[in-house]
Design a protein around this ligand. Structure first.
Ligand code: ZN
Length: 245
């Protein structure tokens, strides 16, 4: 089975389409695994939900998905994110709203758990430190976990036996081979990368090779930025796409 792992699409249809085209060009795709924040920030919330739903897929709820349908209070968002969230909520039709409302906080398939933030805090926790990863491994009941939320591609590894935890980078050059150690993996952000590289970020899991390969895909950032301008979305959100930050 080959699964495309998608974190934080964030209503960026141009980036999402570029990632799917790249993944298809690399071989058969059986399933999409979306780690939440399908919407928020970007200009195409309905189109991104509709495109995701055309595929056999799993998806969990992100904080922006929950906020767009009123499950979460945007008082916890910064002003730009809150403004974009209100605009997103106004764009949703009944079907898109019902889809977002139906998303689970966590879902398991085979050896994997999918959550947006972390196993310890599925909606809000950013997994960016070894200390927070250690706390999440303590409540994780599967060998591997896929997370989004930080928009930063990375891997935490728990050493079997000692229980110590370490940080690995997720390389585009070498596949991440799944072995005996438990892992928490973030594929980076499709629609709003935040590691200084504006290219869309995603990964493919190949169950036959037991490996995850990370990819970066250039897309036409200016096309997304122009649509954001047309809809009056916050300038800071438009500019940051060009910086990958
Ligand atoms: Zn996000």
């Amino acid at each position: 089975m080959r699964c495309v792992i998608l974190g934080d699409i964030h209503s960026n249809l141009t980036a999402f389409e570029a990632v799917l085209a790249d993944a298809m060009a690399r071989g058969r795709i059986d399933r999409l695994w979306s780690l939440g924040d399908v919407v928020g920030y970007g200009p195409d919330p309905c189109q991104c939900i509709q495109l995701l739903r055309r595929y056999d897929h799993l998806c969990v709820m992100g904080n922006h998905d929950g906020a767009a349908v009123g499950f979460l209070d945007t008082a916890d968002f910064n002003p730009d994110a809150a403004a974009a969230s209100r605009w997103t909520g106004q764009q949703l039709g009944r079907e898109e709203r019902q889809y977002l409302e139906s998303l689970p906080l966590s879902v398991s398939e085979g050896d994997f758990t999918l959550v947006h933030g972390s196993p310890r805090g599925p909606i809000w926790e950013y997994l960016l430190s070894v200390a927070s990863a250690r706390a999440s491994f303590a409540v994780l009941d599967s060998p591997f976990c896929l997370v989004g939320h930080s928009h930063v591609p990375l891997v935490f590894e728990e050493h079997r036996g000692s229980g110590t935890c370490s940080f690995l980078s997720l390389s585009v050059d070498v596949p991440l081979q799944l072995g005996e150690h438990r892992l928490i993996i973030n594929p980076g952000g499709v629609g709003q990368p935040r590691d200084g590289d504006p290219r869309a970020s995603y990964a493919i899991y190949d169950s036959e090779n037991r490996a995850i390969q990370h990819y970066r895909v250039p897309y036409d950032v200016a096309v997304t930025q122009r649509r954001m301008e047309r809809y009056g979305l916050p300038v800071h959100l438009i500019e940051r796409l060009g910086h990958g930050w």
